[in-house]
Design a binder for this molecule. Structure first.
Ligand SMILES: Nc1nc2c(c(=O)[nH]1)N[C@H]1C(S)=C(S)[C@@H](COP(=O)(O)OP(=O)(O)OC[C@H]3O[C@@H](n4cnc5c(=O)[nH]c(N)nc54)[C@H](O)[C@@H]3O)O[C@H]1N2
Ligand SMILES: Nc1nc2c(c(=O)[nH]1)N[C@H]1C(S)=C(S)[C@@H](COP(=O)(O)OP(=O)(O)OC[C@H]3O[C@@H](n4cnc5c(=O)[nH]c(N)nc54)[C@H](O)[C@@H]3O)O[C@H]1N2
Ligand SMILES: [Mo]
Length: 686
């Protein structure tokens, strides 16, 4: 029996980017373990990671190109790659001939795989000339822009720097579920004497391990931060030297704080005034103190301004640029690709203008653009499940002339496609993954042949480009002959090879390599803002009609008909809409649950396990009540990516609402998934 082992790395859009040792026998994966030589993950995977063998060989993998007609009917039939490429190419060519433009062609692409080669999908759509591209990100833009306004760039210290902190303040993040490896560093820091504080509307698995847990009303974080800032200033717990030398606009900020009323802060946030004071004293009193901002809390309507107010706490106390200090928030600094995929020239016959960009999620606008979108390509995304307003997305997909989805599974979005193209998993082709959280860089070796007729995104784009050029010479400039190895080499050579200390990406197989970014961010205090300082007062915000000082707003009151707030949070056993069919994961995360406080349930006569109906003006969802005192009484909590057993999507309750920041640098605001007003009722007769 021939056994071989391979090095792999999970390509999910996640904190871990866990390295895997894969053992194969006769071309089949028989075992996976975490790679013990990885100093960050220390040989552990997450609950989802341990099911990757079953996922690879799952009966629900899409194995062949499939065509559905009519769309949404569930009547699929298998077609050959040649038929898929030819028919899709003919549709693209027809659009160009009819409209003398490819703007009716739209790409919706995100990070289903963070492998570098995945970016060649964007490359293909560059190579055919200007098309429409959904731009921005559904994830982190509001919080990222807050950092850019305050510091001039989005940087963070390496995750291990939390070991140096005397206080770790986790604000709207649940690493025990979403970044489990980081918990070891947090526990270790605690053993060295650090205190752990968690601010979250839910008593999460992370909060349960804290020394001090503060339960806050969702969306009010900025007010809490201003309340703390006021205490810091009034009790003179600020770092005068730091303020003097390294900040801009402190006087204006201080004047604003004088108008903040701690009683009002307490009423809005639900945090007793004594706790606001205690939090402020704790944060200023235990130096160095670090803050970890999650993605969840910046999905609030004022998420960006809230994060600016929190950032200000670090500046007030001089917790910037020192070991164990700083604010941690996801960054893409380590993704220092050459971005050749963005520079493929358009064909000579088409003008060299850039793509027409529209904000991600704006499906409702596709048909009213001039010219309207007729053709959509979705890759590495499941918008029906993950975008706001699922019903709108489904309606739009139904109305489009052609929808192509490249995925491994029949997602809710794929179910509304004309063509589904089967994508290979990261065990099935060579690629490189760079961890955006800990900067580790690793090769995915090809461990097995793709099952059925699955192909990598690169191969799919290559095949389509070749077909297009055969049918209409010169249609695409995509470098069809360029190998995967050449792509990886080109993307990594200019900046990543030097940062990794290598000359070829396969050297990464010889041991752990990390993109060499400073271990402590901003140690030189050379901020990249217009003033060169940390900016409490950001002129750039003013230029865009935004308040130059962090000016959090109280979230709107609940309308009478919808008195409960819906909060959507991540589960440890799923990844967004993925991993929902593994029997072991289903045991712990069966899905379809509404988490609510026992008092809230009692008021409506609902008992644990009862069927309930959650609704608002936009949609409705049938779920099973799960009673827990971890949730505030007027909150209803559902796990991200969930759906009712009948297939109604959680996000059918969430209207498209953009966050307050994100657009200054990228042109597009983040999406707001927070502060959704709903009501619920017991389903009688069951
Ligand atoms: N297991 C697992 N891991 C994942 C993912 C997954 O789906 N599952 N997804 C990956 C992705 S794409 C991302 S972006 C990250 C997200 O990682 P996290 O940010 O950790 O995840 P969330 O659950 O979105 O939000 C974290 C916490 O924010 C809290 N929160 C929500 N609104 C507010 C608020 O207004 N104020 C405060 N203070 N807290 C609030 C929620 O209650 C929740 O406990 O995780 C990544 N890792
Ligand atoms: N209600 C609510 N909605 C949210 C959020 C929330 O907090 N609340 N969070 C938002 C956030 S932070 C994020 S990041 C988004 C995530 O939104 P999405 O990125 O749409 O979420 P996923 O469900 O992870 O979908 C990724 C898809 O990519 C596929 N895939 C995996 N590998 C590959 C590959 O190599 N090639 C191709 N072509 N496909 C591949 C997977 O099978 C999966 O179907 O959701 C957002 N939506
Ligand atoms: Mo995300």
């Amino acid at each position: 029996m021939t056994t071989s082992t391979f090095s792999n790395v999970c390509a999910a859009d996640c904190y871990g980017a866990c390295r895997i040792k894969t053992t194969c026998e006769q071309g089949r994966i028989i075992q996976i373990t975490g790679d013990p030589s990885d100093p960050y993950t220390r040989g552990a995977l997450c609950a989802k990671g341990y099911t990757l063998i079953e996922r690879t060989y799952s009966a629900s993998r899409i194995l062949y190109p499939m065509k559905q007609s009519p769309k949404g009917s569930g009547q699929w039939h298998r077609i050959t790659w040649d038929q898929a490429f030819t028919e899709i190419a003919e549709r693209l060519i027809r659009i160009e001939e009819q409209e003398q433009s490819l703007l009716p062609v739209c790409l919706d692409k995100y990070l289903g795989s963070v492998g570098i080669l995945n970016r060649t999908v964007e490359g293909f759509f560059r190579s055919i000339g200007p098309v429409t591209v959904m731009s921005g990100s559904p994830c982190e833009p509001a919080g990222a822009e807050a950092l850019r306004l305050s510091y001039g760039a989005r940087r963070k210290s390496v995750p291990e720097d939390m070991l140096n902190a005397k206080l770790i303040l986790i604000w709207g993040c649940n690493p025990a579920w979403t970044a489990p490896h980081q918990m070891r560093y947090i526990y270790e820091a605690r053993e060295r004497g650090a205190e752990l504080v968690v601010i979250d509307p839910i008593l999460t698995a992370t909060a349960a391990r804290a020394d001090y847990y503060v339960q806050i009303r969702p969306g009010t974080d900025g007010l809490l931060a201003l309340g703390m800032a006021k205490v810091l200033v009034e009790e003179d717990m600020v770092n005068h030297a730091f303020l003097q030398s390294h900040t801009h606009g402190f006087e204006a900020f201080r004047r604003m704080l004088s108008t903040v009323d701690l009683g009002a802060v307490s009423t809005a946030t639900g945090v007793p005034t004594a706790d606001v004071v205690r939090l402020a004293r704790l944060y200023a009193g235990r130096k160095p103190a670090t803050i970890w901002l999650g993605i969840g809390a910046q999905h609030a309507p004022a998420g960006g301004q809230n994060y600016r107010a929190i950032d200000a706490l670090a500046a007030l106390t001089g917790n910037i640029g020192i070991p164990g200090g700083n604010v941690h928030y996801g960054t893409d600094e380590a993704w220092a690709y050459a971005r050749e995929y963005e520079q493929l020239p358009p064909p000579a016959s088409r003008t060299a203008t850039g793509p027409r960009k529209i904000g991600t999620g704006r499906y409702g606008e596709l048909s009213s653009l001039t010219p309207p979108v007729r053709f959509l390509w979705v890759a590495g995304r499941n918008p029906v499940s993950q975008n706001p307003d699922s019903s709108l997305i489904t309606r739009t997909l139904r109305s489009l002339e052609t929808v192509v989805v490249a995925d491994q599974f029949m997602t809710a979005t794929a179910a509304m496609a004309d063509y589904v193209l089967p994508v290979a998993s990261f065990f099935e082709y060579e690629d490189v993954v760079i961890a955006h959280w800990h900067y580790g860089a690793a090769v995915n070796q090809q461990a097995i042949e793709p099952p059925g007729e699955c192909r990598s995104d690169l191969e799919i784009m290559r095949g389509l480009a070749a077909t297009l050029n055969r049918l209409k010479p010169g249609f695409s400039t995509f470098p069809v002959e360029r190998t995967a190895e050449a792509w990886l080499d080109a993307e990594m050579k200019p900046r990543l090879y030097p940062l990794l200390g290598i000359t070829h990406f396969r050297e990464l197989l010889q041991g752990y390599h990390r993109v060499n970014l400073p271990s402590v961010a901003w140690a030189d205090r050379q901020f990249l803002t217009p003033s060169g300082k940390y900016e409490f007062l950001a002129g750039r915000a003013l230029e865009h009609g935004l308040p130059p000082l962090p000016a959090p707003i109280s979230p709107d009151d609940a309308p009478e008909a919808y008195p409960y707030l819906l909060l959507t949070v991540r589960s440890f056993a799923v990844l967004n809409s993925q991993f929902r069919d593994d029997p072991r994961l289903l045991e712990v995360e069966p899905g379809g649950r509404l988490f609510l406080h026992p008092d809230t349930a009692r008021a409506k006569g609902v008992a644990d396990g009862d069927a309930v109906h959650v609704y608002n003006m936009l949609g409705e969802l049938s779920l099973t009540a799960s009673l827990t005192a971890a949730v505030q009484p007027d909150l209803l909590v559902v796990h991200v990516g969930d759906a009712s057993p009948a297939g109604d999507q959680l996000n059918s309750l969430i209207s498209l609402r953009e966050a307050d920041l994100g657009h200054l640098s990228s042109g597009f605001r983040g999406l707001s998934f927070g502060h959704i007003h709903v009501n619920f009722a017991k389903v009688e007769g069951r």
